[in-house]
Design a protein around this ligand. Structure first.
Ligand code: PMP
Length: 397
């Protein structure tokens, strides 16, 4: 038996929709297409399906149904949290964020800072990617509107000490937001127990559809809406994306059933992958290995090889992965996450992320190990400066 090619190891970018998700979404598209705000029977039936989906999502995320505000995804939820917190308490102007937040969230905060709407302070991380709690404590103050720390990092999988930061935020009256996009569906999560006021999640990271997610908003907290309208208790206007929301609910339900078992399986597959790579290619470095990490994520550097080159060779050998570094017209930008962990700009362009998922098999890992050894081994034998000129290694089919 061989692995089914290509081997998809990019689950932190997005996951394939689960069959149960597709089936439920198709059913809603075909049969429950009325507007949940319509007062006729068809509208009321749609409203019932929406309420049921909200309950299923809330059950999985450990919150009350009324605390779920459905959005177009985590990017929108992150914007709601930041802009809402600043608008709700205009006397507080400072935003505290970890230096490794998602680029969309950091870009928003930087824009607000540059416009003079808010002041942004970044909380550093250590070389393992863990938030520096001493620095966080020193940055707290009565002018802080929102502290935003991600549950787990999308590039390295490093899990952040959210509960500890929540205590610090509470002591100075700041609200706290957690971008839990990578945590939901990969680690146990309870909004009720988290001690934070807001949490962002996205359906497509756990087997649901793209373009739908939620901001969990602590009961009693009122934020001026980003999109005005009557839906979602006046917290987010726009006709609800019912097929997407139902797909999200189906994904949550399946994750609730399989999560514990999945974590065990993913730990062992990821462990096999990292050990195998380091055995075959001693130049491999694993980022975040000294910190608590998600079970599915491996962020690696292959000697001094640029990420683009590694990804190109892996793809030709039938393995799909990603780099944390952003691509622009002018070339690859260094990963802000690896820079924050103390890497040089050159090395921060070398991070390659292999992220496993529900359907990853031992055969996929075996294929990846063979592909990496054959496609990258010869490149790692030569001096880094010559690596670009090395002829292509024979790839497996
Ligand atoms: N935050 C994190 C940590 C993410 O990984 C992502 C997706 N890459 C987002 C936010 C954005 O999510 P969405 O695609 O739902 O807008």
């Amino acid at each position: 038996m061989t692995a089914e090619l290509p081997v998809y190891l990019d689950h932190n970018a997005t996951t394939p929709p689960l069959p149960a998700v597709v089936a439920e979404m198709l059913d809603v598209l075909q049969h429950v297409w009325a507007n949940p705000s319509s007062t006729h029977a068809a509208g009321q039936a749609a409203r019932g399906v929406l309420a049921d989906a909200r309950l299923r999502v809330a059950r999985f995320l450990g919150c009350q149904p009324a605390e779920v505000v459905f959005t177009s995804g985590a990017t929108e939820a992150n914007h709601m949290a930041v802009l809402g917190a600043l608008a709700a308490r205009p006397e507080r102007r400072r935003l505290l964020m970890s230096a490794v937040e998602h680029p969309g969230l950091l870009a928003l905060a930087r824009r607000l800072h540059d416009e003079g709407t808010a002041e942004l302070a970044l909380i550093p991380v250590d070389r393992h990617g863990r938030l520096d709690l001493h620095a966080a404590r020193a940055l707290m103050g009565p002018d802080v509107a929102l502290v935003s720390v991600m549950g787990a990092n999308n590039e390295t999988g490093v899990v952040q000490p959210v509960a500890e930061v929540a205590v610090l935020a509470q002591a100075c009256g700041a609200w706290m937001h957690v971008d839990a996009t990578q945590l939901a569906g990969k680690a146990p999560l309870s909004f009720a127990d988290s001690g934070v006021q807001m949490m962002s999640v996205s359906a497509h990271k756990l087997g649901g559809p793209k373009g739908v997610g939620a901001l969990l908003l602590r009961k009693g907290l009122v934020l001026p809406p980003l999109l005005s309208g009557r839906q979602e208790r006046q917290r987010r206007g726009g006709t609800e994306n019912l097929p997407g929301i139902v797909g999200f609910a189906a994904a949550c339900e399946q994750a609730g059933r399989t999560l514990a078992q999945q974590i065990v399986v993913l730990w062992s597959l990821r462990d096999r992958l990292e050990r195998g790579l380091m055995q075959a290619l001693p130049q491999v470095h694993v980022y975040g290995a000294g910190a608590e990490r998600l079970a599915n994520t491996s962020c690696l550097r292959f000697g001094e090889l640029p990420a683009e080159q590694v990804l190109d060779r892996l793809e030709r050998a039938g393995v799909l992965a990603s780099s944390g570094a952003a691509c622009s017209a002018g070339g690859t930008q260094p990963s802000h996450v690896l820079l924050a962990m103390g890497e040089s700009p050159q090395r921060a362009r070398m991070g390659v992320r292999l992220s496993l998922g529900l359907h990853t098999t031992p055969l996929d890992i075996a294929h990846t190990l063979r592909a990496a050894a054959q496609a990258l081994g010869p490149l790692l034998q030569v001096r880094p400066a010559l690596a670009q000129e090395q002829p292509l290694a024979e790839s497996t089919p």
